[in-house]
Design a protein around this ligand. Structure first.
Ligand SMILES: Cc1ncc(COP(=O)(O)O)c(C=O)c1O
Length: 477
């Protein structure tokens, strides 16, 4: 064992890190990572210690199973710790993972596979490490390829939180503290081709970036034909079409890429999340040789856009294995069948509570349950406080009920907290779908109105607040 010098601080080992109790994790997270997130998790009873995960299920420190219906916001299409992806990573373990002074074999192979699966001329891929980074690269390419300054994006869109990606993300809450963002952006209504045309007419728009279904916006489906119209308009006005498949892609919505349903060929496609098989962080965007060459063509310009870990061996073999496993298991088709069954069951349960639920919508295993916001006029006093609480937290309050009473993990969508998302691994069984419907029905029965929900979850909040005072007292002893 390596001896630590006498002055070295006490450092935790990997063994100690993995063996931490729920309380230790909470304390350290609060002190060293993000105290606000700790408070938020505690508020809805999400501060559990999960110690094992396999497939659709995670297990807490008492060995109790929880069904993961959140699926890491679309990053777990294959479930937790998929053996195919773990095997691939193990197979590549003794190869150089990072060696910039050579060509990455795994990157070349993954790019080959993506080109084989994507339509048209989409065949050159840039690899990076996250969704936001893929979007950043796509935006840079669009500017450089067109020589135009402007980006068009949709209200409610979510494309990531780095500066470029945030500049085309449509929620003020995330944008306001970081202003000024990129100056030349135009926000338009989602699903509205006329609004798009109004903006494109100026012929200064480099790219229109769009999600085939808005994920964080609240699982919002555009009208049929919208992507086709957007493609035609972009061609007409010389604007590049960037399709963000980071959340919708790799089988979740019933086809490998959600845009396939409309038979379009985007100019740039962004991927991340499930491309890493739930194991490795990886992002990518694929474009045409013509666009690529306008930006990075020739030796001189070939390194204008780079990323140190982009294309590393382990991430790329995970990507190869993930895509192969998704196709071998026919997960896109499965997502469609199980998704329709689940959505129909949830809609049936919701129909009994029109006062609570506004809408159940989605495609494949990307489903959103939209709640009504409590009416503040009816509920003055405490009611108006709860209105605000309800507006921001109704989704997380329902998620708290599902977690604590039914051992089911869900969450609200980032840009629309009144929507609960159901985005489980695509390997979800019919039985698990039925269990989900039953649990959801029970939660709705228990909570007859939004005010009741706030009060019911308020018990968790009060318990949390009391717990905090006790915690503090213990620390001060
Ligand atoms: C559609 C979409 N684009 C981009 C991103 C950003 O990805 P990341 O969190 O990996 O940066 C997300 C993340 O939720 C997303 O849903």
């Amino acid at each position: 064992m390596t001896k630590q010098p006498a002055h070295a601080p006490h450092l935790l080992s990997v063994e100690a890190a993995l063996a931490q109790t729920a309380e230790e994790v909470t304390q350290r997270y609060r002190t060293y990572v993000n105290p606000g997130i700790v408070a938020q998790m505690q508020l809805v009873g999400f501060n559990k210690r999960f110690v094992r995960a396999q497939g659709t299920t995670v297990y807490d420190d008492r060995g109790d199973p929880y069904l993961d219906l959140l699926g890491a916001f679309g990053a777990l299409n294959l479930g937790h710790n998929p053996p195919e992806v773990l095997r691939a990573v193990q197979q590549a373990m003794d190869q150089p993972n990072l060696l910039q002074a050579s060509l990455g074999a795994a990157a070349a192979a993954l790019a080959h596979n993506l080109a084989a699966l994507l339509p048209g001329d989409l065949s050159r891929t840039f690899f990076c490490n996250s969704g936001a980074e893929a979007v950043e690269g796509a935006l840079k390419f669009a500017r450089a390829a067109t020589g135009r300054p402007v980006f068009a994006y949709c209200k409610g869109a979510f494309h990531g939180k780095s500066y470029g990606a945030l500049s085309v993300t449509g929620r003020e809450k995330y944008r306001a503290p970081f202003q000024p963002l990129l100056p030349d952006t135009r926000e338009i209504a989602y699903g509205d081709p006329d609004a798009l045309e109004q903006v494109l007419k100026a012929r200064d728009v480099a790219a229109f970036i769009v999600e085939p279904i808005q994920g964080e916006g609240g699982v919002v489906l555009p009208p049929d034909g919208y992507l086709r119209e957007a493609e035609a308009l972009c061609h007409q006005y010389g604007t590049l079409l960037i399709v963000d498949e980071i959340q919708t892609g790799l089988g979740r919505c019933g086809t490998l890429f959600a845009f396939e349903r409309e038979g379009i060929v985007p100019d740039i496609v962004c991927l991340a999340k499930s491309l890493g098989g739930g194991i490795m962080p990886i992002g990518a965007f694929t474009t045409t040789p013509a666009i690529w060459d306008q930006v990075l063509g020739g030796m001189e310009r070939s390194q204008l856009h780079t990323s140190t870990f982009g294309g590393n061996t382990l991430a790329c073999v995970a990507g190869i294995a993930a895509i192969n496993a998704i196709l071998d298991k026919q997960l896109p088709q499965r997502a469609l069948t199980i998704g329709e069954h689940l959505k129909a069951g949830l809609a049936q349960a919701a129909a009994k509570h029109p006062e609570l639920i506004d809408d159940v919508r989605g495609r494949g295993l990307m489903i959103g349950i939209a709640f009504h916001i409590p009416n503040s006029d009816r509920n003055r006093g405490i009611g108006s406080t709860l209105h605000h609480l309800g507006e921001e937290y109704i989704g997380s309050m329902v998620a708290g009920e599902l977690m604590n009473h039914h051992h089911m993990i869900t969450a609200y969508t980032l840009n629309n907290p009144a929507v609960i998302r159901i985005e489980p691994p695509l390997i979800l069984t019919e039985q698990e779908a039925d269990d989900t419907i039953a649990a959801f029905s029970e939660v709705l029965e228990r909570i007859k109105n939004p005010l009741g929900l706030a009060v019911s979850s308020g018990k968790t909040m009060i318990a949390t607040a009391v717990g905090r005072v006790v915690d503090k007292a213990k620390r001060n002893r």
